[in-house]
Design a protein around this ligand. Structure first.
Ligand SMILES: CC(=O)N[C@H]1[C@@H](OP(=O)(O)OP(=O)(O)OC[C@H]2O[C@@H](n3ccc(=O)[nH]c3=O)[C@H](O)[C@@H]2O)O[C@H](CO)[C@@H](O)[C@@H]1O
Length: 372
């Protein structure tokens, strides 16, 4: 019997790919055939996708890069991508197409629009990205990871949350050990790529903490490759017990063990912090499109789960003061961890999968199982 067939279109950064992976995991388990349509950049993040995911690389074109000639050719490349994808979809018709944002999602979403296939976008951030903004009025559903999300007039969003990895979901609401006179840890992460500003400011802020706190502290610090050595030697010189890596493969475990998370407010980082339920200090990436990282942080901040420090106010003193405020107030820290849980959507992947199946239901199936 023909399996229902889902095309997931995503690319660019890990931020688009991780939620796409979570949906692929659920749909494959539900007996669907899943194809990921991505570009070379997105393909770097496909290692975690289940092996049965079909992966198709499409040529991508971004408006932001390249010289004048390259930019002038972008509309042609996009049109070519949509046409060739339409041709492929005519021969192998998807039941549903879901776009997660990024330029590589244009060919599949564009083709689904041309062919009138059921289609949906998922926006991770509190502000629509460029490609999702282009399709918001041309899809059957707009699923939102962050709430509220600013949407174009006339478009209604469905709040499903940002799907988290299984390793995160497994630790949903894991018991929180409040800060005290025993080993404590701080996790410092800057999105999938690491953030230089956190490598500049966090180490001296931690080194300046009162000795009674510092002596119990372990730090896990994600630093970009080029910053790793200086960050590690600084911590070592200051006698701080720190593990510095360019990417922690076991963030869910480290986050569970942490009394405090210091992080950027990328959509998946915020989702992980909410689902596991940890106090956080968030430093939104100021250059993010439409300041979407501030929008992402809003839910946790308004719930009393996170302290937001804008980049312009981030310095050694302001950060140290907030770290002390969390680590020296166990009750406040416990309250923050519980408030984080109040913002969590641990079943986002399942809710998104339910929307996909609902959209597929709009397509009548013939007794042979072929779509009409
Ligand atoms: C710089 C930038 O433009 N970032 C954008 C990018 O996020 P970007 O990919 O940087 O970050 P996200 O916060 O969305 O995701 C990072 C994920 O990586 C995990 N992690 C992080 C560090 C580590 O060492 N190990 C690890 O596993 C985090 O727990 C999280 O699950 O796409 C997101 C979704 O569109 C946006 O919200 C972000 O604004």
């Amino acid at each position: 019997m023909r399996k229902p067939y889902l095309v997931i279109a995503a690319g660019g950064t890990g931020g688009h790919m991780f939620p796409a992976q979570a949906l692929a995991e659920v749909m494959l388990r539900r007996g669907w055939r899943v194809k990921l349509s991505t570009d070379a950049r997105g393909a770097r993040y496909t290692g975690g996708f289940p092996h049965s995911t079909e992966i198709e690389q499409v040529a991508s074109a971004t408006f932001a890069r390249g010289g004048i000639v390259a930019k002038a050719l972008v509309p042609l490349r996009v049109l070519g991508g949509v046409l060739s994808m339409s041709w492929r979809m005519l021969r192998d018709r998807p039941d549903v197409v879901v776009g997660f944002g990024g330029y590589p999602s244009i060919p599949a979403l564009g083709a689904a629009w041309v062919l009138r296939r059921p289609r949906m976008i998922h926006e991770q951030n509190g502000v629509l990205g460029r490609v999702n903004a282009l399709f918001a009025k041309r899809v059957d559903r707009v699923a939102c990871g962050t709430w509220p999300t600013t949407l174009p007039e006339g478009v209604e969003g469905v709040h499903v949350g940002n799907p988290v990895r299984l390793a995160v979901k497994d630790r949903a609401g894991a018991a929180y050990i409040t800060p005290g006179d025993y080993p404590m840890s701080i996790l410092v992460i800057g999105g999938s790529q690491g953030a230089r500003i956190l490598s500049d400011v966090v180490p001296p802020a931690i080194a300046s903490l009162p000795l009674e706190t510092l002596q119990h502290l372990r730090v896990s610090h994600q630093a970009r490759d080029e910053d790793g050595e200086r960050v590690a030697s600084y911590y070592a010189e200051q006698g701080v017990n720190a593990d510095v890596q360019s990417f922690f493969a076991d963030v869910p475990k480290r986050m569970t063990e942490a009394q405090l998370v210091i992080s950027r407010s990328g959509a998946s980082s915020v989702a992980d912090i909410s689902v596991i339920g940890r106090p956080s200090i968030l430093v939104p990436y100021a250059a993010a499109t439409g300041d979407h990282q501030s929008a992402n942080a809003r839910g946790l901040v308004e719930a009393g789960a996170a302290i937001r420090i804008p980049e312009s106010k981030l310095n050694v003193d302001s950060l140290a003061e907030q770290i002390v405020a969390v680590l020296q107030n166990p009750q406040a820290a416990l309250h923050m961890s519980q408030a984080a849980l109040s913002q969590a959507k641990p079943d986002a992947a399942q809710d998104l999968a339910a929307l996909v199946e609902m959209l597929a239901g709009q397509t009548p199936q013939t007794p042979e199982g072929q779509t009409e």
